[in-house]
Design a protein around this ligand. Structure first.
Ligand SMILES: Cc1cc2nc3c(=O)[nH]c(=O)nc-3n(C[C@H](O)[C@H](O)[C@H](O)COP(=O)(O)OP(=O)(O)OC[C@H]3O[C@@H](n4cnc5c(N)ncnc54)[C@H](O)[C@@H]3O)c2cc1C
Length: 274
């Protein structure tokens, strides 16, 4: 439980484009447009605030020989520095590139017996060299795309933090300093029948009766794309399985992978069971 944590490790290139005042940005014009957008949203449910911010994207191969895309791009209509935690002024745009099938595995562990204590989360991003090399490659491809005439014609300039990284070594350093989550953590309650797997194919926790896990954590390997729709699929499938199984049948059919220890007397007492 808690091993196999992984995510689409991601890095962002940010472009300063002062002429593009119709994009999101902190400036007198930008603020006025956002206020107008708020009224338009309130009155007509339309306008600039209907954006999902990541308005375009793409799946690309780092090499034509790859059988399927191994990198994903998300294009954002604003300057996204440090995932929005850092305030930046002016207008521009950003592009993410992420590794679709990372090799690195992190972990999620309890900090102790206090249920209110924050868990220990180690994403172990770039723990495997293959992920770092792929992200460096992806960064170069993304920079090339952003440099094409359709975008370059707007006169944008890559922010200095990444613009100064030109060699593979410099880009790797930039990636190591800035790579982060694209918010798709999965895998810490992996489905399977091996000794380290947490749930069976019905999402029942091995060795524990009447307990299922239904969320992104059961994915054995991350999907090669955004995770929201697959999680909805997992949930709908689980709902069908739960409806089909009576509680008694579910309890009888539980897959026992390890002996279940009897609860300690004080636990029994606190639960009010004999
Ligand atoms: C900022 C952000 C942007 C994203 N953008 C996209 C996107 O554009 N496209 C896409 O496909 N995916 C996107 N994702 C990923 C997607 O949202 C997740 O993969 C998906 O929601 C995971 O579903 P889940 O059920 O595993 O977890 P969650 O959706 O996180 O659900 C967990 C639920 O458990 C509840 N909960 C937590 N603790 C307790 C408790 N103790 N008791 C009771 N309830 C509790 C929470 O309130 C929450 O409702 C994004 C994620 C984030 C964070």
């Amino acid at each position: 439980m808690g091993g196999n944590l992984h995510d689409h490790v991601d890095v962002i290139q940010v472009v300063d484009a002062p002429r593009l005042k119709d994009l999101f940005g902190l400036s007198p014009t930008g603020i006025a447009r956002m206020v107008k957008g708020a009224f338009e949203w309130h009155n007509h449910r339309s306008g600039m605030l209907t954006t999902n911010f990541a308005e375009a994207g793409g799946f690309i191969k780092s090499d034509p020989a790859e059988p399927v895309p191994d990198l994903q791009l998300h294009f954002v209509v604003g300057k996204l520095v440090d995932h929005g935690r850092k305030t930046v002024f002016g207008h521009g745009y950003s592009c993410h590139v992420c590794v679709l099938r990372p090799a690195s595995r992190g972990s999620l562990r309890l900090a102790g017996s206090d249920p209110m204590a924050a868990p220990l989360i180690d994403p172990n991003f770039l723990g495997e060299g293959a992920d770092t090399r792929l992200l460096v490659k992806g960064f170069r491809i993304m920079r090339n795309i952003l440099g094409q005439p359709a975008l370059a014609g707007h006169g944008g300039r890559e922010l200095a933090a990444s613009a100064t990284a030109r060699s593979d070594e410099e880009i790797e350093q930039f990636v190591r300093n800035h790579a982060d989550t694209i918010y798709h953590p999965v895998g810490s309650c992996r489905m399977g029948n091996g000794p380290d797997d947490v749930v069976d194919s019905q999402l029942r926790v091995h060795g524990v009766a009447c307990l299922r896990v239904v969320d992104a954590s059961i994915m054995p390997r991350i999907v090669g794309g955004n995770t929201n729709a697959p999680v909805i699929m997992i949930a709908e499938k689980a709902a069908d399985m739960i409806k089909a199984a009576s509680p008694e049948r579910d309890r009888d059919a539980v897959h026992i992978a390890a002996p279940v220890p009897a609860p300690a007397p004080e636990v029994k007492e606190s639960l009010g069971i004999a």
